[in-house]
Ligand binder design. Structure first.
Ligand SMILES: [Zn+2]
Length: 68
């Protein structure tokens, strides 16, 4: 069984680009290939905080995942 911790995506909150997480490289040390900003681990604590902030601003109350 593979540990799911090694899978997942890095997400750029600046341009919403998602790339497959590179094992061994922290997402926050990965630069977005599109806009050059630091990325963060999708679903991580910091990412969720960011989404919460966005939700408060947009008044979005849905907790379901969009897309897949
Ligand atoms: Zn970006």
């Amino acid at each position: 069984m593979e540990p799911t911790d090694c899978n997942g995506y890095c997400i750029c909150v600046h341009c919403n680009l998602r790339i497959l997480h590179a094992v061994g490289t922290p997402c926050r040390e990965t630069m977005c290939p599109q806009c050059g900003k630091k990325m963060m681990r999708e679903g991580s604590y910091h990412h969720q905080l960011y989404l919460q902030k966005l939700g408060e601003i947009n008044h979005e109350s849905s907790s379901t995942n969009k897309g897949k």
